[in-house]
Write a protein that binds this ligand. Sequence first.
Ligand code: NAD
Ligand code: IPM
Ligand code: MN
Length: 346
Amino acid sequence: SSNIRLAVIPGDGIGTEVVAEGLKVLNAVGVKAETSEYDLGARRYHASGETLPDAVLDELRGYDAILLGAVGDPSVPPGVLERDLLLRLRFELDHYVNLRPVKLFPGVATPLGEAGPEDIDMVVVREGTEGPYAGAGGVLRRGTPHEIATQESLNTAYGVERVVRYAFEKALSRPRRKLTLVHKTNVLTYAGDLWARTVDRLSLEFPEVETDYCHVDAASMFFVTQPARFDVIVTDNLFGDILTDLGAAVAGGIGLAASGNVNPARTAPSMFEPVHGSAPDIAGQGKADPTATILSVAMLLDHLGLTEAAGRVEQAVADDLLERQTAWTPRTTREIGDDIAARVAG
Ligand code: NAD
Ligand code: IPM
Ligand code: MN
């Protein structure tokens, strides 16, 4: 009965293929959604030189949420679409929480062998608007043997506090109530100190939450050897990027990993997207797994308070994943979307 206004940015490569399936499932779940598609990405860039026109950005601010496929194309220099479109959206819409669940569904194979769903169930709260992604730095004597390139990490007390607070609240809402800060405080001493002090200070407000610390290199090892160590992780933008591809791999593959770029203050719409990219190697072949996008639709519904619909989408995915184990016949992107949509519709 609720009517949501949704902006859709299919983007590049498999982005368009997986978003079509996400919308199919959204339609099947019976939520009344008014969707408007935005042509942003490589095609637009080649046609007009535009990445994200200001007028489009302003229009996007008016939606309840955004669904994005992926951006990036081999025909466009690296960074153009990533920085000027995707990261600009995250920054302008103040998506300071990049929420990335790492959860092994029953029946899904993990490269970790022994591990089961009870061992791999965490949420990575990746900071989304600062760190090395802020774009600070520069280059001197470019193209000479004396070239010097710097790329700085920006960390503000304000930015760190708000994402750490969100992570504490998330930890409080989960049965284990454990929060691990992942950083590299032994080398990145200025930024690491700010993050560590912020966690220590806020922990006084959340006495029920157990806190822990792990250097990012060791955390990478523990993702593979002892994933059950982790419940909620809070981390820097870049560490979170890397860890969540690793997390996707241990939880059954990049085709299953969902994410939300969340603005918890709701001053602008949040944006939901699969963790994966535009996968030029398989684009246009119907080989992409749309499950990550469908689970991102579930996160979107949950964010909008449509909890029941979100639960039904997640359950349909869980059922589909369970069946993949036994009745494995490779399906196309569309077939997977059809099957999950049929389950959702009941
Ligand atoms: P990628 O995630 O696109 O692909 C990595 C590998 O995973 C590829 O082999 C690909 O075929 C496979 N893969 C990805 N998604 C899949 C799916 N749904 N089903 C099955 N297999 C899947 O990462 P990449 O190759 O490093 O980057 C390609 C482009 O995407 C680059 O331009 C990059 O900047 C961009 N990118 C965009 C986003 C985003 O829009 N959020 C995220 C990551 C990368
Ligand atoms: C992701 C991607 C992006 C990131 C790129 C494409 C800018 O890798 O969403 O994980 O680094 O955040
Ligand atoms: Mn990434």
